[in-house]
Write a protein that binds this ligand. Structure first.
Ligand code: BGC
Ligand code: MN
Length: 333
């Protein structure tokens, strides 16, 4: 009896503390873009809209058979912004998407009237976000089809209850995709980010690209210059050159910063497109507490990049399937 009364007294105190801490952290997070955007000179090397096409790298080799190349800018791109906020995203039943566009099993599509200049694999680290995945696929398939890409969507789901390891899932996605298809351009994509502008072409650039320059939840301002999270496009050779992502980041945060430092270490740079084009909206979800040891990991990462990554990747594929709208891997890691 005594124990019970102690416990009931403690609960409100703890909740209050947690509330105070998380509110102040939230406040800080919201204030950062404002402070940096307004009062310091943080300029980003954006690629202007008109220069985007010349930054894209084809990587598909020669024409196959009798077809001609698709035009450098797809005639199906639409100038109007489709998504204004995250209430705009309607789920389209998969049968309709398949029938309307002729998407192949495993979430593959390519133009039939011409040969696409760009072949890409879109890899999504995933667990427990069914609704987001449906919204993502409803939006992304038509979006990629309008861009006349030769693409495949791959979902790598983490098996079991250990903490989410986004970076390792992406390494696994990279390796498993290459067992299925010869592709030189990878887009690593969070399931809750949706591009709003058709001219944000989902092909690789000569340099690795951070794909969002403006997101609604960051009030369309980047919190810091070297942010390399959420959605990136990178060539296969560059990904190999940096030994992929670290496998050591369990829980939220840091893995993208570590990846950025890998890029820097190989004397590569990153680019971004004009924020008017590289705009995203983020699907709502409860905030996850950042992992406590991410700074420690990032520090360690400085010396372990050559042997932590693709080179020591170990995992088990528990299951895999070609679903209508995506290729699915269930991975224990
Ligand atoms: C984390 C990153 C994250 C970024 C933006 C940073 O503090 O380390 O992993 O992408 O915040 O949310
Ligand atoms: Mn998110």
């Amino acid at each position: 009896m005594k124990k019970v009364s102690v416990a009931t007294k403690e609960v409100p105190v703890n909740l209050f503390k947690i509330w105070i801490i998380s509110s102040s952290l939230n406040l800080l997070l919201w204030a950062l873009p404002f402070i940096f955007g307004k009062y310091t000179d943080v300029t980003f090397p954006y690629i202007a809209g008109n220069d985007i096409v010349q930054e894209l790298v084809s990587l598909v080799g020669t024409l196959q058979g009798d077809v001609h190349w698709c035009p450098p800018i797809s005639p199906y791109l639409e100038n109007s912004i489709r998504l204004h906020d995250n209430s705009d995203i309607k789920i389209v039943p998969k049968e309709i998407l398949v029938l309307k566009f002729g998407i192949q099993n495993g979430g593959m599509w390519k133009p039939s009237v011409c040969q696409s200049r760009y072949k890409v694999a879109v890899v999504i680290p995933y667990r427990n976000r069914t609704h987001h995945l449906k919204q993502f696929l409803s939006h992304l398939h038509p979006f990629l089809i309008r861009q006349q890409l030769d693409y495949r969507i791959i979902v790598v789901e983490q098996y079991g209850n250990s903490e989410f390891n986004r970076a390792k899932l992406l390494n696994i996605g990279f390796v498993e995709t290459l067992k299925l298809v010869d592709v030189d351009c990878f887009i690593f994509h969070d399931v809750d980010l949706l591009p709003v502008n058709d001219f944000n072409i989902y092909a690789c650039t000569y340099l690795p690209r951070h794909m969002y320059s403006a997101v609604d939840t960051f009030r369309y301002q980047l919190p810091y210059r070297n942010l390399f999270g959420g959605t990136i496009a990178i060539q296969r050779i560059h990904f190999r050159a940096v030994n992929g992502f670290s496998n050591q980041f369990y829980g939220w945060g840091g893995e993208d910063d570590d990846f950025y430092s890998r890029i820097e270490r190989k004397s590569l740079r990153i680019i971004r497109f004009d924020p008017k084009i590289a705009t995203y909206i983020m699907l709502p979800h409860p905030k996850v507490l950042p992992s406590e040891d991410r700074f420690h990991r990032m520090n360690e990462g400085k010396t372990s990049q050559d042997y932590d990554g693709l080179s020591d990747l170990s995992y088990e594929i528990i299951d895999k399937k070609l679903y209508q709208l995506y290729t699915w891997f269930l991975a224990a890691c």
